[in-house]
Design a protein around this ligand. Structure first.
Ligand SMILES: *Cc1c(COP(=O)(O)O)cnc(C)c1O
Length: 259
């Protein structure tokens, strides 16, 4: 691949330093939130979310220390995976809703899928993973906000879903994932995180799948207080996105490129 002539080495260096600094600030916020909650910071994984961020900037992110990247859309993720295939140890987590016909692509390159919410999709992934000879770490997405526009299973449907999931050995269940209500009402947001935590505690079959993926740039401290083990952070690391979030979350009122 030709060098990126649009970006001088000094610009890439500045980009790297900027990302390094914001990563450091986010990790510090995570550590502080863990301390206030009496938790070990080693229990919380930071998943940088790189949707809309260019391949050039993602190279800088890799230099700054990012080894996991979360992407919402499969096509975008696959394009970046191909372009950045020379970077060692870089892993890809798909965190957005997946159509069954995209299972083949995910099975090919993703290391983790956080938005599993149907048996049809589990079947498609299993079939493709078997063909590729691969396994995939999965999180079951739960709709904890009660909003019709959100993807994910209703909490009541989770125990039955987990029983069915046992039939798919290539899918390695890691835990649960949710998107909280988009609201400035901290109590309402906290209720979503509590719902996911409670669900893990009272659902049989999750003894070896303890992960709770919850919390984003605007609410990850709250999520950590409620037991998050994975926080998905985009704008606090990479800056505001140029596209509206409604392009990624169907049904969301578009609030501009904020996060
Ligand atoms: C974009 C996205 C995030 C990160 O959001 P920020 O507010 O930018 O931190 C987290 N989770 C999912 C599912 C996303 O699509």
């Amino acid at each position: 691949m030709p060098a990126d002539v649009t970006q001088a080495p000094s610009a890439l260096h500045a980009e790297t330093e900027g990302i390094r600094e914001r990563l450091r600030a986010v990790r510090e916020r995570i550590d502080t939130a863990c301390r206030s909650a009496g938790r070990d910071p080693g229990e919380v994984r930071l998943l940088p979310v790189s949707k809309t961020v260019s391949e050039t900037r993602l190279r800088a992110a890799w230099v700054a220390g990012c080894r996991w990247l979360g992407e919402n859309k499969v096509q975008e993720a696959q394009r970046k995976w191909q372009a950045l295939g020379d970077l060692p140890d870089l892993r890809w987590s798909i965190i957005g809703h997946l159509q069954t016909n995209k299972a083949r692509d995910v099975a090919r390159f993703a290391d983790e899928f956080q938005a599993l919410d149907s048996i049809r999709l589990a079947e498609a992934l299993e079939r493709r993973l078997q063909m590729e000879g691969r396994g995939l770490d999965v999180f079951v997405q739960v709709n904890t906000s009660g909003e019709a526009s959100k993807f994910g299973l209703e909490p009541d449907a989770v125990p039955g879903f987990l029983r069915e999931l046992k039939a798919f050995p290539a899918l390695r269940l890691k835990g649960l994932m949710t998107l909280a209500l988009f609201s400035s009402d901290a109590d309402a947001v906290r209720d979503c995180f509590r719902c996911l935590h409670r669900l893990r505690e009272r659902t049989p079959g999750l003894d070896d799948a303890r992960e709770l993926s919850m919390g984003m740039s605007g609410d990850f401290e709250l999520a950590i207080a409620e037991g998050a083990t994975v926080v998905r952070v985009g704008t606090a690391i990479f800056g505001a996105r140029p596209t509206r979030d409604s392009d990624y979350w169907p049904g969301e009122p578009s609030a501009g490129a904020t996060g």
